[in-house]
Design a binder for this molecule. Structure first.
Ligand code: ZN
Length: 174
């Protein structure tokens, strides 16, 4: 049984975003950064996992469920298998009560990703969204005040879309 607390929330948001973004598309070709066993294990270990076969299986499954939910293609009910039997445990410390999630090691990464999604979904709805470039399969968490970020990355999709609009305008004026 592994126990961890609420304070890792921001790290879990990064885990969630990083997980959602492991299926990028470049020049029309999509790839899976968790497709290769060694790469997937390294990815899991970077995010505090162990890289076991069971864990990686669950991580890939929850990834496609979460991608579907964030794109609006799936209902959050597809997340049911990842929250079944979920429990928090309280312990009393000098600081007060500390609430920790109980999860077995192979479930931990997937559960953290789902809980991070829930935190964003309930506290900042719409801030986690797909990149506005329809040829891009990445996602973003918009932390700007104006809530008007559209691209996974200004350097990649932002500039590409700007260039495309510029090209279209030039063609229209010709
Ligand atoms: Zn993008």
């Amino acid at each position: 049984m592994l126990v961890f607390g609420f304070e890792v929330e921001r790290a879990d948001q990064e885990l969630l975003l990083d997980l959602l973004n492991t299926t990028p598309t470049a020049d029309g070709v999509s790839s899976d950064q968790l497709g290769d066993r060694t790469a997937a294990r390294a990815w899991a270990e970077t995010h505090g996992g162990r890289g076991s076969t069971k864990e990686l299986h669950r991580v890939r499954d929850v990834r496609s469920a979460l991608q579907g939910v964030v794109r609006g293609d799936e209902s959050p009910t597809v997340l049911a298998p990842y929250v079944e039997g979920l429990r928090y445990r309280a312990s009393a410390t000098d600081e007060g009560l500390v609430w920790s999630l109980e999860a077995s090691p192979h479930e931990r990464l997937a559960t953290r990703a789902v809980l991070a999604w829930d935190g964003l979904h309930s506290k900042t709805p719409g801030r986690l969204r797909p990149c506005a470039n329809d040829e891009c399969t990445l996602f973003l968490i918009d932390r700007s005040k104006a809530n008007n970020a559209r691209w996974c990355s200004m350097a990649v999709c932002g500039n590409r879309m700007k260039a495309r609009r510029h090209y279209q305008r030039q063609r229209e004026t010709r």
